[in-house]
Design a protein around this ligand. Structure first.
Ligand code: OSB
Ligand code: MG
Length: 368
C-alpha cells in the first residue's frame, strides 16, 4: 500500500452544552483529523488531543506540528507502510502518542478499506453492539445535575460517570444515588484532582457502591494509587497514568489499579490499545473504553474496540448527540442503551462532505 499524501484538517464543532471537568470547561471541540491517501483508497484518523494541555501534556497545535515536521515525513520516507509498522517507524520520536495514534488510525483505516475488513474484525470484536455509559460534567448545583442524569437515563444510558473534584464529590454522588437508586451503575472520574492527603474524604465515597473511581491522583503518582487502594474500598481505575501496555502491566503488578480505562489516543493507537486489553485480560482486570469527545470517526473505532471480550464494563461510548447536535459523519444513535458496531470496511463510515466542509477551519496537504 503506497501512501500518496497526508492531509491535516482542523475542524471546530460546538458542544451541545458546556462540559466541565476538574481541569476546565469546554464549549467547542477543536479537532485535528488526519486523512491518508493511497493508490486506491483513503483512510481517516482522529487526533484526540484537546486545545489546551490540561488533560495531558499533549495539545492539538503540538500534535499538528509534530505530525507535519516529524511523524508524517518519517512514515512517508519509510516506503509502503502497513498499520503494524507505523508504531515502530515512529518510535524514535518520544511521546506524542495522540498524534501517533491519529496517523496509525488513518493508515489502518486505509489498509482495512483496501482489504475489505472492518475495525471490529481486525481488533477481535466478539459483539455486534456495545452497552453505553455517559460521562456527566461538573454542574453549578445538584438540581441541575439530577436533571442532566435523569435526561441521560431516559435516553437509555446504562451507566453514569460523574466528574468530581474537591468540593464536588460526596454531595453529588449521594444525591444521584438517592434519586436514581442502588441499581444504577455509577462511577466517578477525578482527572487527577486529589492527593493522598484526601484519602479520608475519598473513603467517604465507599458506602455508595461505586463501580470505580477513575484517576484520583496525579498521572505520575502510581505509588500514591497503590497506597490509596489500601485506604478506600472503591476500586481504582487508571486513565491518565496508563500510556502503554507496559504501564498497564506495571500498575497492575504494583496494585495501583483494579480496573483500566483504555483510550486509544492516550496510548498511541488502537493496536497498543488491543495489547493493553490483552494484558488486562491475562491479569483478570476488567477494562472499558474511554472517550475524548470524538466525532463519528473516532467513535466508530472506539465502538469496535469496546466489542472485544475483555471490555466487560460499559464505556464512555456515548451517542453522537451527547456532544454534537450535528456530527461530521452519520450520527451514532443509542438503541436500547447500545451502539451498533460498524461492519463496513475500515471504520465503516466516512465524513459527510458538506458537513465536513462546514466545520473545517484549515487544511494542509503533506506529500513527504
Ligand atoms: O477523563 O475520561 C476522561 C473527556 C475529555 C478528557 C478526558 C475525559 C473525558 C471524559 C468524556 O470523561 C469521555 C467521552 O464521553 O468522550
Ligand atoms: Mg478519565
Amino acid at each position: 500500500m503506497k501512501l500518496t499524501g497526508v492531509e491535516l484538517r482542523r475542524i471546530s464543532i460546538p458542544l451541545v452544552a458546556p462540559f466541565r471537568t476538574s481541569f476546565g470547561t469546554q464549549t467547542t471541540r477543536d479537532i485535528l483529523l488526519v486523512r491518508v491517501t493511497t493508490d486506491d483508497a483513503e483512510g481517516w484518523g482522529e487526533c484526540v488531543a484537546m486545545a489546551d494541555p490540561l488533560y495531558s501534556s499533549e495539545y492539538v497545535d503540538a500534535a499538528a506540528d509534530v505530525l507535519r515536521r516529524f511523524l508524517v515525513p518519517a512514515v512517508m520516507a519509510a516506503g509502503p507502510p502497513t498499520a503494524h509498522s507505523v508504531a515502530g517507524i515512529l518510535a524514535p520520536f518520544k511521546g506524542h502518542r495522540m498524534a501517533k495514534a491519529a496517523l496509525e488510525m488513518a493508515v489502518l483505516d486505509a489498509e482495512l478499506r483496501t482489504e475489505g475488513r472492518s475495525f471490529g474484525r481486525e481488533l477481535g470484536a466478539v459483539r455486534d453492539r456495545v452497552p453505553c455509559g455517559v460521562s456527566v460534567g461538573i454542574m453549578d448545583g445538584v438540581p441541575e445535575l439530577l436533571d442532566a442524569v435523569g435526561g441521560y437515563l431516559a435516553e437509555g444510558y446504562v451507566r453514569v460517570k460523574l466528574k468530581i473534584e474537591p468540593g464536588w464529590d460526596l454531595e453529588p454522588v449521594r444525591a444521584v444515588r438517592e434519586r436514581y437508586g442502588d441499581d444504577l451503575l455509577l462511577q466517578v472520574d477525578a482527572n487527577t484532582a486529589y492527593t493522598l492527603a484526601d484519602a479520608r474524604q475519598l473513603a467517604r465515597l465507599d458506602p455508595f457502591d461505586l463501580l470505580l473511581i477513575e484517576q484520583p491522583l496525579d498521572e505520575e503518582d502510581v505509588l500514591g494509587h497503590v497506597e490509596l487502594a489500601r485506604r478506600i474500598r472503591t476500586p481504582i481505575c487508571l486513565d491518565e497514568s496508563i500510556a502503554s501496555a507496559r504501564d498497564a502491566a506495571a500498575a497492575i503488578r504494583l496494585g495501583a489499579c483494579q480496573v483500566v480505562n483504555i483510550k486509544p489516543g492516550r496510548v498511541g493507537g488502537y493496536l497498543e490499545a488491543r495489547r493493553i486489553h490483552d494484558v488486562c485480560v491475562a491479569h483478570g482486570i476488567p477494562v472499558w473504553c474511554g472517550g475524548m469527545l470524538e466525532t463519528g470517526l473516532g467513535r466508530a473505532a472506539n465502538v469496535a474496540l469496546a466489542a472485544m471480550p475483555g471490555f466487560t464494563l460499559p464505556g464512555d461510548t456515548s451517542a453522537s448527540g451527547r456532544y454534537y447536535a450535528s456530527d461530521i459523519t452519520e450520527p451514532f444513535v443509542l438503541d436500547d442503551g447500545h451502539l451498533e458496531v460498524p461492519t463496513g470496511p475500515g471504520l465503516g463510515l466516512v465524513p459527510v462532505p458538506d458537513r465536513l466542509a462546514e466545520v473545517t477551519t484549515a487544511t494542509e496537504w503533506l506529500t513527504g
